[in-house]
Design a protein around this ligand. Structure first.
Ligand SMILES: Nc1nc2c(c(=O)[nH]1)N[C@H]1C(S)=C(S)[C@@H](COP(=O)(O)OP(=O)(O)OC[C@H]3O[C@@H](n4cnc5c(=O)[nH]c(N)nc54)[C@H](O)[C@@H]3O)O[C@H]1N2
Ligand SMILES: Nc1nc2c(c(=O)[nH]1)N[C@H]1C(S)=C(S)[C@@H](COP(=O)(O)OP(=O)(O)OC[C@H]3O[C@@H](n4cnc5c(=O)[nH]c(N)nc54)[C@H](O)[C@@H]3O)O[C@H]1N2
Ligand code: SF4
Ligand SMILES: [Mo]
Length: 761
């Protein structure tokens, strides 16, 4: 039906010496890679950067080369599993599994209402199609509440964007490629990326005498080592640092007042708010000499352009949502919003967070704000472990491992135990799957068509639909097929409803589009199950292996209809044009192209002006005058950054400890002075005690740390049959964290700021 001959379809056997276009699924950048298979048709013999990928342009970091540890995991699930009364699992066939899962969830819905079933996950760093297809199953079960990892890091930031620019869809992106001054706040792009070709881009910035790289991080990170300016902020001290910078901008003639007069409202109120800042005292609280703060503020203000990337170092630390607000005020006061090299509002190919909700919706038990349609992760166990009549009673988890990745594993295990029904879809038996009633095995991201909706680029924006490159192993199904079967079992539509669409799909995309409009007009109810309806009817007409791209057809239509100018500039007059281009380009394609003016068009306040005052956060800002981050805690004298990104961390995607062999970064990093006081040597064992739990780690003495600050890598402690838990696996981080340590507003956890005690073993 399309002109997609050059899409490599599934490789069934053997020895084709071809490079397959796909992407790395180990972080949100999803660099394009080419993979050559070994003679068995399965092993990733070689991996290299894909020069045809328009975003990564051949770039990869060292992690992509080890993707075989994800794909050829010897402990894959190969059958649906049902939990027995004694807690062990037995294999069941797919028909039984689908029947019993549908019945189990329907029972909870019928007895207590669909709103008592919650959905968690929908995609990790490489796969967002499951989340899309699950929309149909969720509607079929009248589910209302959902969440995912964004609600333990980014929801506060999204909400602040909404307050400043008019809606949470106004997501800001830094133009690091073109900026004269790139700032990374609580972020280590060298290891965590977050922007395309990160190492190349920040090295270029640092090496160019006309450009400046600024890193704000307590640790001398790999990024800080090459930076022009490194502000070594006290852990948790960012709010004071940012407050001092803002004060300097408005009082030392550094704010862009012409820009602000034209573009922003309520500057006078902001200046009044900043009046409480005592520069000497706030600099001391921030732990950074005032002259360094002033120099950095002047550099940002006087640079031709400035872009700021904030990440977990402030989002998972005290004053998280407030930090996001203050950070954004800096690029606004310096006139760096809606300009080249600054911050802009990008298009999006698909939605990552659902619903625009600015926090008016609340969770049923804890009454927590639901930001961007997502329940705050730290609050979920309390929505389950209660006798409240509206409590959550069933869970549907997909492509995520919340028992391992969210705060307080013990509490999560109790929560799963208390649920009336739970199901997990994953490629392996995870810590979460072990707690579920049913586990449904799925194909890996290299065995099915996949894509992510991390489409954050500007002024050009890109989408990459990857074809499968190896056959699925026996016994697994891709998620769209699982959702199709669940919807069928739940009886939400029948073949008669779909007949005209099946027929039209064989006649090409234009005929399909026409038929689609009339079918949906005649049976609006079908629209509720849209992704699965597309998969059922259009999927079979797509090139082999690309069936799960059917939902992308729907998104292509929506994108072009809602963003006709951005689509036209990228060369697409219709949704079908765009969809064909996506199918025809297995290395990815630009779907949107903007001018910098587009940022202002995308603003959602009627007057297109920035609202400088986020009323809900003003009181918290005022409280900074009395709070003192210098105060230490005798019982827990260390601040543990629980979850540092390193060369061998990739959330929980890589379970095989062998994948870290060349980069064995599992230890607790500790300053030499602290090591001397504790009388421990490099490689020695140490006990880490927090209010939530304790763990043993080996010690990595490192003068990159500040005294009093220690860090552990994220995503470790994953079980692996045969591995030695003490030596191979690393610390199971969330046994040390508590659901109570969270931002008062957004509920995001304080993982970078866990009070800890260290004991020599
Ligand atoms: N290698 C690798 N890359 C990844 C991932 C991975 O697992 N491994 N995960 C991906 C994901 S999901 C995400 S969200 C991103 C996260 O990316 P980052 O946010 O860059 O990752 P982290 O290393 O967790 O934290 C960043 C920095 O915050 C600093 N920090 C700690 N406390 C404070 C503080 O109080 N103030 C300030 N200013 N800084 C502080 C730490 O020293 C650290 O260098 O990485 C993505 N990329
Ligand atoms: N203490 C502490 N905790 C943290 C962090 C921290 O810094 N400190 N970082 C947090 C952050 S920022 C994030 S984003 C989260 C991430 O944590 P999670 O949201 O749990 O995401 P992943 O670790 O990416 O887990 C992805 C799951 O998907 C499975 N999977 C892989 N491919 C497929 C597939 O094709 N289909 C399906 N159905 N499943 C698949 C994997 O086996 C794995 O179980 O962790 C958070 N946890
Ligand atoms: S882990 Fe490295 S290679 Fe993979 S997507 Fe991220 S930056 Fe690219
Ligand atoms: Mo994340």
């Amino acid at each position: 039906m399309t002109s997609s001959e050059h899409i490599p379809t599934t490789v069934s056997s053997g020895t084709e010496a071809v490079w397959h276009h796909t992407a790395c699924n180990l972080c949100s950048i999803n660099c394009g890679v080419e993979i050559k298979l070994a003679d068995d048709g399965r092993t990733f013999a070689r991996v290299r950067g894909d020069k045809n990928n328009p975003v990564s342009q051949g770039y990869t970091c060292e992690k992509a080369l080890r993707l075989d540890h994800y794909q050829n995991n010897p402990h894959r699930l190969t059958s649906p599993m049902r939990r027995r009364d004694d807690g062990t699992f037995e294999e069941v066939d797919w028909d039984t599994a689908i029947r019993e899962v549908a019945a189990g969830l329907a029972k909870v819905r019928d007895e207590h209402g669909g709103e008592t079933i919650f959905y968690y996950g929908g995609g990790g760093q490489g796969n967002h199609l499951p989340g899309g297809y699950s929309g149909a199953t969720r509607k079929a079960l009248s589910m209302k509440y959902s969440s995912n990892a964004l609600a333990q890091e980014k929801t506060g930031e999204f909400w602040v964007d909404g307050q400043l620019f008019g809606a949470m869809s106004c997501h800001t992106t830094p133009d690091m490629e073109h900026t004269a001054c790139g700032v990374f706040l609580g972020k280590n792009p060298w290891h965590s990326h977050g922007i395309p070709r990160a190492r190349t881009v920040i090295k270029e910035m640092a090496n160019d005498p006309d450009r400046t790289l600024i890193i704000i991080d307590p640790r001398v990170t790999e990024s800080a080592e090459i930076a022009d300016i490194h502000l070594r902020v006290r852990p948790g001290g960012d709010a004071w640092l940012l407050g001092a910078m803002l004060k300097i901008l408005v009082t030392e003639d550094l704010a862009d007042r012409t820009y602000l007069a034209e573009r922003a409202n309520r500057l006078d109120e902001l200046e009044a708010m900043l009046a409480i800042v005592d520069l000497d005292e706030w600099a001391d609280k921030a732990g950074v000499p005032l002259d360094q703060i002033r120099h950095a503020a002047m550099t940002m203000a006087q640079a031709e352009s400035c872009a700021i990337f904030e990440d977990l170092g402030i989002q998972m630390a005290p004053h998280s949502t407030l930090n996001s607000y203050l950070e954004k005020l800096i690029f606004i006061l310096t006139g760096n919003f809606g300009v080249k090299g600054g911050m802009n509002l990008h298009t999006a190919f698909g939605k990552l967070a659902g619903g625009g909700g600015g926090g008016d919706r609340r969770t049923p038990v804890g009454n927590h704000r639901i930001l961007g349609g997502l329940m705050p992760c730290n609050g979920i166990p309390d929505e389950i472990l209660t006798t409240h009549p509206d409590r959550l009673r069933a869970a549907f988890v997909e492509s995520s491992n919340p028992v391992h990745s969210l705060a307080d594993t013990k509490r999560w295990r109790e929560a799963f135990e208390a649920l009336e029904f739970s199901v997990v879809i994953d490629v392996v038996m995870t810590e979460t799957a072990e707690c579920a009633d049913y586990v449904l095995p799925t194909s890996t991201q290299y065995e099915k068509a996949e894509a992510t909706f991390f489409t954050f680029e500007f002024p050009e924006n890109f989408f990459h639909l990857r074809p499968p490159i190896v056959d699925p192993i026996d016994g697994v199904l891709p998620e769209p097929e699982i959702h199709r079967r669940l919807c069928r079992e739940l009886g939400v539509y029948n073949d008669d409803d779909l007949a005209p669409l099946y027929a039209a799909a064989t006649q090409g995309l234009d005929a399909y589009a026409d038929a689609f409009l009339s079918v949906i007009a005649a049976s609006p109810d079908l629209g509720r199950y849209l992704p699965v309806v597309l998969y059922e009817t259009l999927g079979p007409a797509l090139p082999e292996g690309m069936e799960s791209a059917a939902a992308i057809w729907g998104l292509s239509q929506t994108f072009v209809t809602s963003n006709p100018e951005s689509a036209a500039r990228a060369g697409y007059a219709s949704g079908n044009d765009l969809f064909n281009a996506i199918l025809d380009n297995p290395s990815g394609v630009a779907f949107s192209s903007d001018s910098y003016e587009a940022t202002w068009d995308r603003m959602r306040y009627d007057d297109k002006k920035i609202n400088l005052i986020v009323d809900e956060l003003v009181e918290e800002f005022r409280s900074l005058a009395d709070e003192d981050p210098r105060v230490t805690n005798d019982e827990y004298p260390f601040i543990l950054a629980a979850g540092e990104r390193r060369s061998s961390t990739a959330n929980t995607a890589m379970r095989d400890p062998e994948w870290r062999r060349k980069h064995p970064t599992t230890g607790l990093r500790l300053h030499p002075d602290d090591a001397a006081t504790l009388d421990v040597e490099h490689g020695a064992k140490i006990r880490i005690v927090t209010k939530a739990g304790e763990a043993i780690s080996n010690v990595e003495i490192s003068d990159s740390m500040l005294p009093g600050m220690v860090s552990l890598p994220n995503g470790q402690g994953l079980s692996w049959p045969g591995a030695d838990a003490d030596t191979d696996l690393g610390v199971y981080l969330n046994e040390l964290t508590s659901v109570d340590d969270r931002d008062w507003f957004a509920g995001t956890p304080h993982h970078k700021h866990v009070r800890a005690r260290l004991e020599k073993v």
